[in-house]
Design a protein around this ligand. Structure first.
Ligand SMILES: Cc1cc2nc3c(=O)[nH]c(=O)nc-3n(C[C@H](O)[C@H](O)[C@H](O)COP(=O)(O)OP(=O)(O)OC[C@H]3O[C@@H](n4cnc5c(N)ncnc54)[C@H](O)[C@@H]3O)c2cc1C
Length: 354
């Protein structure tokens, strides 16, 4: 029997961040993951942006999450020796003079000043439809998620144990102070499996939100992300851009749809005036929660069985900081923020034993 400190099930953005943090702290880990091209983490454009939404407000905990993620992914690049983190400004065209004036005023607000790189009052970038100028935001960028997950996987292979298999719950035995899975014994098991949530946590409201993106080839060459209606994020190859994303709670079917392609292309044409070829289309399901906050904590009756899930639409910015929060809670008993603690759902959804 091989003894480790933790078994992690799932190596998407949640499991990868947790694995890095644990290995950095010299913990022994076994990661079990069955890679699938359509998992949320693999199809994500990897965008991180601290000022979002129709009203363009600071995202939840931005002042904590964004400095943390910059440090985390830069260090992960150094540790793994691979390049996957690309900080770059994000440009949002204004729709009117009123909006332009509103941002001129907001630029003096200390709450926003740290995120504004520049405000343009007339067309600033070739091919972008921005007659009223726009807002250039800093602390933004993208993570090449497939490269990141691949790099972390190689590092786990070197420093810990990784098993490419479908985790079979029949083989899990839960004892009073440890768990056993096949030939491995651990103090705790942590489920990071996104929408394929474990049966231990089937009662939690983790809802699959379908998203689709398209990959295009065009002559646009600026070193920025453009965002209004859709985002336009650099792809892996020169001249490739990922356009996304759709949000569809109704569609629970796997696969791409012509409706999503039409929606994305129409929004792209509103934003950009440039010819392009569509190279491919992708789909995936985001693991969302009703209050849009992650879920951290232990099973109501099994303290060794832990969950790290519910990263929703913002896995890139949430996973680094909240993996750290989870470890501090598991190892030092540091209380969890009530907004992410599984406790908030226990009274509403927990009724029967597994
Ligand atoms: C189209 C689209 C675009 C997106 N764009 C962005 C973006 O730009 N920025 C952003 O921050 N977020 C984005 N997201 C959201 C982001 O992808 C998610 O927040 C994040 O990937 C969730 O990560 P996760 O690790 O919790 O889950 P997942 O990515 O689903 O990873 C779970 C892992 O567990 C494995 N697994 C599950 N069950 C088992 C089992 N029984 N045995 C073995 N392995 C198992 C899966 O194969 C997978 O590898 C996007 C999502 C979609 C769908």
């Amino acid at each position: 029997m091989q003894a480790v400190d933790y078994i992690l099930v799932g190596q998407g953005l949640a499991g990868s961040a947790l694995a890095i943090q644990l290995l950095n702290q010299r913990r022994k880990i076994l990661v079990i993951d069955q890679p699938d091209n359509n998992t949320s983490s693999r199809v994500a454009a990897g965008l991180f942006n601290p000022v979002t939404g129709k009203k363009m407000v600071k995202t939840w905990m931005a002042d904590t999450l964004f400095p943390y993620l910059h440090n985390f992914y830069s260090q992960a690049e150094q540790t793994t020796g691979e390049k996957f983190f690309f900080p770059m400004p994000l440009y949002r065209p204004f729709l009117s003079v009123e909006e332009q004036n509103e941002w001129m005023a907001r630029s003096a607000d200390p709450l926003y000043a740290g995120y504004i790189q520049e405000i343009f009052s007339s067309n600033a970038f070739r091919y972008v439809n921005d007659p009223f100028g726009g807002l250039l935001l800093k602390q933004c960028g993208y993570l090449s998620t497939t490269r990141y997950i691949g790099a972390v996987r190689k590092w786990i292979e070197k420093e810990g144990y990784i098993s490419t298999e479908h985790f079979d719950e029949q083989h899990l035995r839960i004892q009073q102070d440890h768990v056993v899975y096949k030939d491995f014994q651990a103090a705790k098991i942590i489920f990071c499996n996104g929408v394929h949530n474990s049966s231990w946590f089937h009662w939690l409201p983790i809802n699959a939100l379908k998203g689709e993106t398209i990959l295009i080839q065009s002559a646009f060459e600026e070193n920025i992300i453009v965002n209004r209606g859709v985002y336009i994020v650099p792809g892996m190859k020169s001249g490739e851009w990922r356009i996304g994303a759709t949000y569809n709670f109704q569609d629970k079917n796997p696969g791409i749809t012509p409706e999503a392609k039409t929606e994305l292309e129409e929004k792209f044409k509103d934003l950009m005036d440039i010819s392009y070829q569509c190279v491919s289309q992708e789909w995936g399901f985001r693991p969302t929660t009703p209050d849009r906050r992650p879920i951290l904590g232990s099973h109501p009756e099994q303290p060794s069985v832990i969950i790290f899930n519910g990263l929703g639409t913002k896995g890139v910015s949430l996973a680094p900081y909240f993996s750290d929060v989870l470890i501090r809670w598991m190892e030092n008993g540091t209380p969890l923020n009530k907004l992410v603690d599984i406790e908030r759902y226990k009274s509403v959804y927990w009724t029967s034993p597994k």
